[in-house]
Design a protein around this ligand. Structure first.
Ligand SMILES: *[C@@H]1O[C@H](CO)[C@@H](O)[C@H](O)[C@H]1NC(C)=O
Ligand SMILES: *[C@@H]1O[C@H](CO)[C@@H](O)[C@H](O)[C@H]1NC(C)=O
Ligand SMILES: *[C@@H]1O[C@H](CO)[C@@H](O)[C@H](O)[C@H]1NC(C)=O
Ligand SMILES: *[C@@H]1O[C@H](CO)[C@@H](O)[C@H](O)[C@H]1NC(C)=O
Ligand SMILES: *[C@@H]1O[C@H](CO)[C@@H](O)[C@H](O)[C@H]1NC(C)=O
Ligand SMILES: *[C@@H]1O[C@H](CO)[C@@H](O)[C@H](O)[C@H]1NC(C)=O
Ligand SMILES: *[C@@H]1O[C@H](CO)[C@@H](O)[C@H](O)[C@H]1NC(C)=O
Ligand SMILES: *[C@@H]1O[C@H](CO)[C@@H](O)[C@H](O)[C@H]1NC(C)=O
Ligand SMILES: *[C@@H]1O[C@H](CO)[C@@H](O)[C@H](O)[C@H]1NC(C)=O
Ligand SMILES: *[C@@H]1O[C@H](CO)[C@@H](O)[C@H](O)[C@H]1NC(C)=O
Length: 426
């Protein structure tokens, strides 16, 4: 009897095993065990791994070494930094030609990550939904890649992030209000510590949530060249520390909020190429720190407040139809030229550069600080020298004190001389 039962049960178990085993072998490969393995798996997924040649697993060398060192990404791996506990705190690989996705860079394995800088690569796919898991993150720059999809809501978890830059990607969708601090219960969720938010040249659109105005530490808000629409939220007038506000090249309509006159630290306000209307509030004349103002290609009526030029002593670029009542001094023109020349060379508005000009000139500004990082550097010394003299001329035109700027005549003579030299050298 027992034998009979065995005879029946064994085949039954075998049959069950046949049924059960394939389903367990169909399961995903076992999850990676360490930060090292996650990083190596991500490396394996990239098209060109030569730049990451320092990312190797030395574990198999241990037997060979008299002082066996545990293999760790903290041992001189390019772009990886760690804390004393041996946990990864930084993944910083800007401008390295990385090609691939972030699919295998599982952020749940990097709870201590503080810095993530992957700007200027050729990364595609979506921004991983678990990007919000390393909740200590302070710096997050994925700019100038080819990321698509929408901004993951888990970003709202990053309450420590100071700078967030997703500029120059093909991300789509709208800015979810839940990404930002909630006015009625502030200080708990959202990007509450954000100081610099840069979303330039993306495919984001829709209305700006008024919660943006709860980012009270914000100094830079760059939302230019997107598809944002609707009115500019009045709440942006609460951003008392903001110095750089770019909303240009969107679909904004309606008036400039009157309370923008409260933004006493604003140095650079750019609203050009929108559908803004109404008169420019006279409170804008209160903005005594303004050095650059860019209002063209809107539907404003009336004149710019007289004070704008008088108080700032200067301005960036102003629509001809708005400036005709003002005395356009040559020094104002030459300033605009300076801004424009630097903008062309840098590939973006010279924002912080302008506010820091004095200290930078004192330190001796380097050409590579100014040139557009997306272009290859000058190939010959002669080209580098020519660019240097244009940079120097632009910086001269941007001096804070109008009296110490060259006249437009002198500036154009200097440019002509350079062009002449170039011709005679060829
Ligand atoms: C891979 O990267 C190296 C170093 O960055 C570069 O020299 C090489 O041209 C790249 N190869 C390909 C196929 O992209
Ligand atoms: C041991 O290390 C030496 C030098 O680092 C290397 O030349 C050798 O091939 C290694 N041997 C093994 C078995 O890995
Ligand atoms: C991070 O460090 C802690 C010790 O501080 C350790 O317990 C933990 O396993 C580490 N995490 C990872 C993912 O390596
Ligand atoms: C938010 O951060 C916590 C750790 O502080 C983490 O456990 C959680 O998974 C994160 N949530 C999201 C949606 O990323
Ligand atoms: C803000 O918080 C309040 C109460 O905590 C909640 O009722 C409301 O839905 C929140 N608003 C947003 C936009 O999250
Ligand atoms: C505004 O800036 C000043 C000076 O940098 C700083 O002391 C202050 O804490 C900032 N305020 C906020 C709300 O971030
Ligand atoms: C821009 O937004 C408008 C709605 O405001 C929409 O109709 C249009 O398709 C969007 N354009 C792009 C290029 O996303
Ligand atoms: C901001 O500006 C508005 C309108 O210009 C004014 O009524 C308000 O009192 C100002 N708020 C602060 C905090 O200065
Ligand atoms: C702001 O501008 C308005 C109108 O130009 C003026 O009445 C007001 O006193 C100014 N406020 C400050 C704080 O300068
Ligand atoms: C501008 O100057 C301040 C103070 O000198 C400095 O802390 C900051 O890093 C400078 N910013 C840039 C972009 O150079």
């Amino acid at each position: 009897m027992a034998k009979l039962v065995n005879c029946l049960i064994l085949p039954l178990l075998a049959a069950l095993a046949v049924v059960l085993l394939p389903s367990s072998s169909k399961a995903q490969p076992p999850p990676p065990k360490s930060q090292l393995e996650v990083l190596l798996q991500w490396k394996q997924s990239l098209a060109n791994q030569s730049i990451l040649s320092s990312w190797v697993n030395h574990a198999h060398d241990i037997k060979n070494s008299s002082t066996p060192s545990t293999s760790s990404p903290c041992n001189n791996w390019l772009g990886i930094s760690c804390n004393k506990a041996g946990n990864v705190t930084g993944i910083e690989l800007p401008h390295k030609g990385l090609q691939g996705t972030l699919e295998l860079l599982d952020f749940t394995y990097f709870p201590d990550l503080l810095h993530l800088d992957l700007k200027l690569n050729r990364l595609t796919g979506s921004i991983p939904p678990n990007i919000g898991v390393p909740s200590k993150l302070e710096f997050l720059d994925l700019s100038t890649n080819s990321f698509t999809g929408s901004l993951p809501l888990s970003l709202a978890n990053l309450t420590k992030v100071i700078e967030l830059d997703f500029s120059r990607n093909s991300v789509t969708g709208e800015l979810d209000p839940r990404l930002f601090p909630n006015g009625s219960s502030p200080g708990t969720t959202g990007l509450i510590n954000l100081q610099r938010l840069l979303l330039q040249d993306t495919m984001l659109g829709g209305q700006l949530p008024s919660q943006l105005g709860n980012l009270k530490h914000l100094t830079i808000l760059a939302l230019d060249n997107n598809n944002f629409s609707g009115q500019i939220p009045t709440s942006l007038g609460n951003l008392i520390n903001i110095s750089y506000l770019h909303l240009n090249q969107n679909q904004f309509f309606g008036p400039i909020p009157r309370n923008f006159g409260n933004l006493s630290k604003l140095t650079d306000l750019s609203l050009f190429a929108n559908q803004l209307s109404g008169s420019v509030p006279k409170e804008i004349g209160n903005l005594s720190s303004l050095v650059a103002l860019h209002f063209t290609q809107n539907k404003f009526t009336g004149h710019l407040p007289q004070q704008v030029c008088q108080v700032a002593g200067t301005y960036g670029y102003i629509a001809p139809e708005l400036s005709y009542t003002m005395a356009m001094t040559e020094k104002c023109d030459v300033y605009s030229f300076g801004v424009l020349a630097l903008e062309v060379l840098m590939g973006s508005h010279p924002r912080t550069l302008i506010s820091n000009l004095t200290s930078l000139v004192d330190q001796g500004i380097q050409l590579q600080d100014v040139l557009d990082p997306r272009l290859s550097p000058p190939t010959t010394q002669k080209i580098a020298d020519e660019l240097s003299s244009i940079v120097n001329l632009a910086l001269w035109c941007l001096r804070a004190d109008p009296k110490s700027r060259p006249t437009m005549h002198v500036a154009s003579e200097l440019l002509k001389m350079q062009a002449g030299e170039k011709k005679s050298n060829q």
